[in-house]
Write a protein that binds this ligand. Structure first.
Ligand code: ATP
Length: 450
């Protein structure tokens, strides 16, 4: 603890005075300001005292089990909560962490261990805050809305985004679902002169077909049953800003004609009106459909297709830029752990390799969701291969099958490659696993060009 900085308050709730005193005097000697209480009835009153850390048993007056964590997080949302239980209970520990506890200790608590855990929690929190602020600074500098990825494909995409941002051109963003099309649209907006105005998204697949026109262009009072008032549409609401039309492939043909007119003439007509209204809107559209195919089978107007395609930004699927997976994983671990207040801060080499080998049909969204599922349920600091969902480990196993037709030397090469991958490149460990000498391994690595 640095001299001169206010002491951090640690609320200690324990019904055993001996253990309470031991924890309290140790924390005091480390420069903390402990508030120690064994009175369960009044313990929660101290939550309002600006406590930074709560170390509590799982039985405090009427509050019991994980309720204790919930209660503490509700009344002191920024506090780090460490629970102490009389008996080890994995189920309870997982539930407590899921409710937002940072750590779970069993009695008797070693005061030095407690200090260590508190320091770890504080340092994780600082790290998460630093990462978040670094991202914020980077975003402000580059305006690239939290886009992570350093592969050649992504770097070329960033360049194109910067080039197109400050023009008025309509942009079509294409790519499979979950590749980051909305992030691209927002980045374009934030890098443009329109950044201080609104960027309004509309998803054509999420709105009933009959409503899309009035949502986009607005309507006059009495234009249809239920139109009790005149209403502004998204085009007008996005004036001087950006309108992001997602899933444009779902727009029905009649509306496609109206949209084309709005783009070309920069005017719109509200439903029920005969008057044209000028609009100054930058349009970014996105689709995960093959629009050319839609044009061929008559579902999408050719003229609108070519009007939109003037500037097309194609987002590659994640399986084609596997070199970005490690960066994305680190980014999401930091983001999700900080959000959910979990101890996870890293992934081991084997688990990361398995994630890289997977095909990610749902792209970055699937990667993020997978990590969120694992982190929320984890109390460990490092994600391991055994934590991965079975479809990812099964996929890796099926890839490991020795295929008929392989020569012995190919099989040997594959075994060495995978073992090195598994040990993170540690040759001594790999030789041990493979049952060969280190010298033989070194010779084979050279021979196979691994
Ligand atoms: N390069 C990236 N860096 C960081 N996060 C990303 C990246 N790409 C996508 N994401 C995240 O993945 C999720 C899906 O992204 P987004 O909604 O932009 O995809 P989309 O292509 O528009 O999907 P859909 O076609 O289903 O609408 C979001 O949580 C987004 O923040």
């Amino acid at each position: 603890m640095i001299d001169g900085t206010p002491k951090l308050k640690v609320l200690l709730i324990d019904d055993q005075p001996d253990s309470l005193n031991a924890m309290s005097s140790r924390l005091e000697s480390e420069g903390y300001a402990p508030i120690a209480t064994s009175d369960a009835q009044s313990a929660w009153q101290h939550l309002d005292d600006g406590v930074a850390v709560v170390v509590t048993e799982l039985d405090v007056a009427k509050t019991k089990g994980v309720e204790v964590v919930r209660f503490a997080k509700q009344h002191a949302p920024h506090a780090i909560v460490i629970v102490v239980s009389a008996e080890p209970d994995i189920g309870l520990a997982v539930a407590a962490v899921r409710e937002g506890a940072f750590d779970y200790l069993t009695k008797p608590v070693d005061p030095s261990d407690l200090v260590h855990r508190i320091e770890m929690a504080l340092s994780r929190r600082r790290m998460a805050a630093e990462i978040a602020s670094l991202h914020l600074q980077l975003n402000e500098k580059h305006g690239l809305q939290n886009m992570v990825g350093n592969s050649p494909a992504m770097r070329s995409l960033y360049e194109k985004i910067r080039l197109v941002a400050d023009t008025r051109s309509t942009v079509l963003v294409t790519g499979e679902s979950g590749t980051g099309k909305e992030l691209v649209a927002r980045s374009i907006h934030h890098l443009s002169k329109r950044k201080n105005e609104s960027c309004i998204p509309i998803n054509c697949a999420a709105i009933p077909e009959t409503l899309v026109e009035s949502e986009l262009f607005g309507h006059e009072k009495g234009a249809f049953t239920g139109a009790t008032d005149r209403k502004q549409g998204f085009f007008e609401a996005a004036t001087k800003g950006t309108l992001f039309i997602d899933e444009i492939g779902e727009l029905e043909l009649g509306l496609q004609a109206k949209l084309l007119r709005a783009i070309e003439n920069r005017t719109i007509m509200r439903v029920g009106s005969t008057k044209e209204t000028s609009v100054d809107v930058r349009l970014v559209a996105a689709t995960n459909r093959d629009l050319a195919e839609h044009v061929k089978n008559g579902h999408f107007r050719e003229d609108l297709f070519y009007r939109l395609k003037v500037v097309e930004l194609k987002l590659p699927p994640l399986r084609q830029r596997k070199e970005d997976i490690a960066l994305l994983v680190q980014h999401f671990i930091a983001e999700i752990s900080a959000d959910a207040e979990r101890p996870v801060r890293d992934i081991d080499t084997e688990a990361l390799e398995m994630m890289k080998n997977y095909s990610w049909p749902g792209n970055v969204r699937e990667l993020r969701n997978t990590l969120e599922g694992m982190i929320v349920l984890s109390m460990k600091p490092v994600i391991e291969a055994s934590d991965l969902p079975t479809h990812i480990s099964n996929h890796n196993e099926s890839q490991a099958i020795i295929k008929p037709g392989m020569t012995m030397s190919e099989i040997e090469k594959e075994a060495i490659r995978r073992t090195l991958q598994h040990t993170g490149g540690n040759r001594t460990k790999s030789a041990e696993i493979l049952g060969i000498s280190l010298r033989t391994l070194q010779r084979k690595v050279k021979e196979f060009g691994l």
